[in-house]
Design a protein around this ligand. Structure first.
Ligand SMILES: [Zn+2]
Length: 58
């Protein structure tokens, strides 16, 4: 697994298990509540993507 894929898995995994990220309204629509941890993991993924684009993982 590349660092980019690993970062994405951490991000997706967080979104699937975090109560804040999973919060829904009465109709089952995601409320999109702000979550600092999600922001952090997303930033990590962005940086891993940039590194991968530079060929940094090879
Ligand atoms: Zn979250």
């Amino acid at each position: 697994m590349t660092p980019k894929q690993a970062a994405f898995v951490r991000f997706a995994d967080h979104c699937a298990t975090c109560r804040t990220c999973c919060a829904m309204d009465g109709e089952g629509a995601n409320l999109n509540l702000p979550c600092a941890e999600r922001d952090r993991l997303h930033e990590e993924y962005r940086q891993a993507s940039r590194a991968a684009a530079r060929g940094g993982d090879r």
